[in-house]
Structures are given as structure tokens and as C-alpha cells.
Design a binder for this molecule. Structure first.
Ligand code: AHM
Ligand code: MG
Length: 338
């Protein structure tokens, strides 16, 4: 009879981070500790999302349940969890969150050298239907001698020391990349509560006939964007048109694009000339993941997304990201129209 073989040589995120730290002689362990705090917040958010419907966490914040208790919406809880994890790590000087109007400074974290941008629950309009959502994060290092100011985070994505996201889907998937490094994917094993390295050195396929965009906005698109997407619906000689896939949670759409290839876009348009997605905690971290996996990410002016510098913490941008060749095609349509 066949005996079940158990793989005992697994790489947990904890082990991975420790081994990464050992590669850098000058490392103090601060970054590793910060990542442990991130890991904790992802596990907690994943846990709450799984229980959401059962414990009445869906719906609007501010509403109350039968017993009159104040109910918190999941994105409020996730935001609180994330910020508390960053504060208690002692390694984070400031946080920018989609849920907070202003920068949050942790003045008690005297020796903190990092600044973190995050969207605690991206795609929250999907939450109540149980559709995949995610957390996006980007980590910057403070300037030499700085104790943490807005300028430490209003930087281009090229300065990010690490970035990634967690998708809460059928399982929780964590994707992380460090400056100049590869992209690694981990799956949360709920049984043992550990993120396990399941997708080492992720590489996005060079091309794939899948596009992901909210086509309901096409009325407002610029001509070159219309022409580009229309071209994908034409069948080449002996071939087929592209397939369309749109979840409406960027993390889920981006994760699929990373694995299968294709293009994800949220272009700037006549209704939203600056686009919808936020540079600091949506566009730049994703762009870093896509570039480090061999893909590309550009804004609606076809500038490299990672080089775009936000003026304000919640600044938005149009974005096209995906397989290398698919983004080249987007660029060629924009050149044609100039
Ligand atoms: P959110 O951060 O408020 O959830 O908004 C961001 C989300 C992205 O996940 C997704 O790509 C986009 O908004 C979907 O927008 P739309 O509903 O306009 O297609
Ligand atoms: Mg968001």
C-alpha cells in the first residue's frame, strides 16, 4: 500500500526571512522584525476575513448589531490591526494607510528606520460577497539621520526596499520582493499557522492573451486606450481574440496576471484624469513585484511606474502592468497616437 509521504524540508516565511538576513552582513535584524510584524498582521486579517460572515463583520461600519454593540467593518479592523502591528514592532517610524487621511507617526519608536505604506484591504467592495481581497504594502528606509517625515515616504518606487501583497482567496497567498531581488510566493497553511514557500522565484510569462480592465469605463477612455483594447478583441490569422478577466480586486487580478501572464490596467480617463489607484500603496508596490518577476508596469503617460514620484500621500495614477510583451503592445499603441 502507498504510504503518505510528508515533506519535512519546508521553507517557512520565518526561515526565509532569517536566511535573507544572514546574507547581509550589515543587517541589524530590524527589517526582519518589521517583516515578522507584517506577517502577523496578514495572518490576523486572513483569520478575520474567514470568520467575517459568521461574526457579523460584514456591512457598514457604524451600524450596530442586535445587542446594540458597535460593529466594526472589516477594513476598519484590518487597518487598526495593521497600524498596531507596525507600532508595536518598534521598527516602523511612520505609516501611510489608505484608511487614514494623514501620516501616522510612531514617535515612541525612537530607533525605527522604516516607513511603511499600506492598503489594509484592497478591493473591499468585494468583501461582503466573499470575493478575494488583499493587503498591499511597500517599505521605504528613512533618509540618513531622519527621524521620520513625510519626505521619507513621498519617494519613487525605485527607492522601495521591499514590497508585496497578500491575497485572501481560497487560501492566503503572500507575495514579497526585495530591492534587486526575486519574487517569492508563500501560502498560508491554516493548520500550522505558517506561510510556506510554495512559489519560489516567480516569473511572469512573457505574454498571454488575457486582459483585465473595468470595461464599463470605456466610454471615458482616451482614444489610444480604446484602440488598444479593441485590438485585443480582433482575432489574428488563425488565432483567437484575448480572454477578459476582471475580479475588481486589484490584488486578485494582479496575482492571476502574475501567474498566468497578460495585462491588468486601470487607465486614467476623462472622468478620472489621474486614474483611480493610489501610487504609494497600490501602484508602486505592484510595479516592483511585476518588474522583479520580469514584467513591466507603466502609468497612463507610459512612464515607468516605479519612477513616478507622488506629491501627496494619496496621489493616484493610471496603471498598465503585466507581461513584458503585453506592456510593450500598450506602449506601441500610445506611440502611434502621438
Ligand atoms: P479600494 O482600495 O477602495 O478597494 O479600491 C481599489 C480597487 C482595486 O482593488 C480594484 O482594482 C479597483 O478598485 C476596482 O475599481 P472599479 O470598481 O472601478 O473597477
Ligand atoms: Mg485599495
Amino acid at each position: 500500500p502507498e504510504t503518505e509521504t510528508v515533506n519535512t524540508s519546508i521553507i517557512t516565511l520565518t526561515r526565509f526571512l532569517t536566511e535573507e538576513q544572514a546574507k547581509h552582513k550589515e543587517a541589524t535584524g530590524d527589517f526582519t522584525l518589521l517583516c515578522h510584524a507584517l506577517q502577523f498582521s496578514f495572518k490576523s486579517i486572513a483569520y478575520y476575513i474567514r470568520r467575517a460572515t459568521l461574526v457579523n463583520l460584514t456591512g457598514l461600519a457604524g451600524s450596530s448589531n442586535i445587542t446594540g454593540d458597535e460593529q466594526k467593518k472589516l477594513d476598519v479592523i484590518s487597518n487598526d490591526l495593521f497600524i498596531e502591528a507596525m507600532r508595536s514592532s518598534g521598527r516602523c517610524a511612520l505609516v501611510v494607510s489608505e484608511e487614514e487621511e494623514d501620516v501616522i507617526y510612531f514617535k515612541d519608536s525612537k530607533n525605527a528606520r522604516y516607513a511603511v505604506a499600506c492598503d489594509p484591504i484592497d478591493g473591499s467592495s468585494n468583501l461582503d460577497a466573499g470575493v478575494s481581497v488583499g493587503t498591499i504594502f511597500g517599505i521605504h528606509k528613512l533618509a540618513e539621520g531622519s527621524t521620520g517625515t513625510k519626505e521619507d515616504i513621498l519617494k519613487p518606487g525605485t527607492e522601495l526596499v521591499a514590497a508585496g501583497f497578500t491575497m485572501y482567496g481560497a487560501s492566503a497567498q503572500l507575495v514579497i520582493t526585495m530591492k534587486g531581488g526575486s519574487v517569492n510566493g508563500f501560502t498560508l497553511d491554516n493548520g500550522i499557522g505558517e506561510f510556506i514557500l510554495t512559489h519560489p522565484n516567480m516569473r511572469i510569462p512573457r505574454k498571454r492573451a488575457i486582459y483585465s480592465v473595468n470595461e464599463g469605463n470605456s466610454l471615458y477612455w482616451e482614444d489610444q486606450v480604446k484602440q488598444y483594447f479593441n485590438s485585443l478583441k480582433e482575432a489574428p490569422e488563425g488565432g483567437k481574440p484575448y480572454s477578459s478577466r476582471y475580479i475588481g480586486s486589484m490584488v486578485a487580478d494582479a496575482y492571476r496576471t502574475l501567474l498566468y501572464g497578460g495585462i491588468f490596467a486601470y487607465p486614467a480617463d476623462k472622468k478620472s484624469p489621474k486614474g483611480k489607484l493610489r501610487i504609494l500603496y497600490e501602484c508602486a508596490p505592484m510595479a516592483m513585484v511585476f518588474e522583479n518577476a520580469g514584467g513591466q508596469a507603466v502609468d497612463s503617460k507610459m512612464r515607468r511606474m516605479l519612477e513616478v514620484v507622488p506629491e501627496h500621500i494619496h496621489d493616484k495614477s493610471g496603471i498598465f502592468m503585466g507581461s513584458y510583451d503585453e506592456v510593450e503592445k500598450v506602449k506601441s499603441f500610445h506611440k502611434l497616437s502621438q
